[in-house]
Design a protein around this ligand. Sequence first.
Ligand SMILES: *Cc1c(COP(=O)(O)O)cnc(C)c1O
Length: 382
Amino acid sequence: MMKMQLFTPGPVPIPERVLSFPGQNPLSHRNSMFFELMERIQTSLSIFLKSEGPVVILPSSGTGALEALCSNFINNGDRVLSVSCGTFGNRFREIARIYGADIISLDIPHGSSAKPGEVNSLLTANPDVKAILLTHNETSTGVVNPLSQIVQSLPESCPLVLVDAVSSLGAMPCFPERWRIDGLASCSQKGLLTPPGLGLVWLSDRAWQYLCSYKQKKGFYFDLPMHRAYLDKKDPQNPFTPPVSLLEILDRSLLFILDYGQEEWFVSKKRLSRSFIAGISAMGLEPFVKEDYARSPGVSSVLFPDGRAELIQRSLEDMGIIASGGQGDLKGHIMRFAHYSDQHWPETAMLLGCIYGGLLENGIEASPDYMLSAWNTWKEAK
Ligand SMILES: *Cc1c(COP(=O)(O)O)cnc(C)c1O
């Protein structure tokens, strides 16, 4: 069988150093070896998030972590301001609606990021808003939102800020405590280089106090105060049997990135995305996200002329390259290429070469100068 290379924005390939540990039987989750694993994961995550606060790790994908935020924080009839830049912003909104939110929508044109002023004015016009829903990195379009500037533009006494960080944590700065965020949801299979199956939830002190003031339980399996109580034990653990094997991989992946250097890792993601964008632009293609500052360092979206993205996707698959197509209205128009994994110049050069071949194969004109542009940007962006 041909070697298949994943460039999808989740799941992402797991670094070889992380995967190369002997297969072993699952740990007992009520045993000291597990408690040590859990402590190490919490310590690593506190470095990633620059916050001491424990992170609840749920057996779910990212959507489960988003649902946990909604089920715990949203009550019937609550006014909720939902900012959406694409499919995932819409999904977060939909979950909140199911839990009874009365939604005020701010829809950003696809391919652009949210502007701090817009969120602030909508909040000023709706003083009864109880929570704001934001997406850090909108994976469906490849847009990163200026989260810290958005929250800074809001008044100190602002409503709870709940954030979908499913495709940002690990790959780019994501510091919820410093940025005055109250609830953050993420997952294992994107920036954290772990197979799918873990949902992560971080809450601010204010958010924990708010939850603990409730008399009534808000669900059972995703009851965040119960998860917190188990994490706060002398031996940190989960209330229910956790996916121990995935947690072992998460531990190794976090240490892998920390060993590389967190700052250096963030820089390497930017470098990958910049040189990739330089390459496809020189080829004659257009990045879907026009403003440089709004482009995600984790996932790049590329516009293909005349709705021919699916033809290119098929050609790439024939070469063993698995990337993602567009979602919703963008289906057929864009493709999305992820930079989350431990890629360097060789992966960038290979990917660009394969896209170039895919274009020629489908009768789309492309300039062969792409490699020089990509290489120059790669060298400059060091
Ligand atoms: C992937 C993704 C999700 C959904 O995560 P699943 O793990 O597939 O449930 C939600 N939001 C964003 C921004 C994502 O990238």
